[in-house]
Design a protein around this ligand. Structure first.
Ligand code: SF4
Length: 99
């Protein structure tokens, strides 16, 4: 049995995302906590959609467009509980391509 290589980025590109302009469903509660208290910055490693980015000055930026609604960031930020997370409003967010 042979296995075909899977390109995750190609698979993710097949999804669609409806942006709810001005109403992101995931928020960083306090940016200062990320910058000055969090050394792990786990969200920047775990997010499969690369929504979080560690900046050179220690800050973390979040752009929710493309969020897969997996909830990993919310679960991993247990030390600081600095992420406010909800599902997008109806009709917005990720549209998965099946098959
Ligand atoms: Fe990334 Fe998942 Fe958090 Fe969305 S819910 S921002 S995909 S880790």
């Amino acid at each position: 049995m042979s296995t075909l290589p899977v390109n995750v980025e190609e698979k993710l590109f097949q999804n669609r995302y409806r942006v709810d302009a001005g109403r992101p469903h995931v928020h960083i509660k306090d940016a200062d906590v990320c910058q000055s208290e969090c050394t792990a910055k786990s969200c920047t490693f775990v997010c499969p959609a690369s929504c979080y980015k560690a900046e050179g000055n220690g800050a973390v930026t979040l752009i929710t467009d493309g969020c897969l609604e997996c909830g990993s960031c919310r679960i991993l930020c247990t030390d600081h509980q600095n992420i406010e997370w909800d599902y997008p409003r109806g009709g917005h967010g990720i549209l998965f391509k099946f098959g």
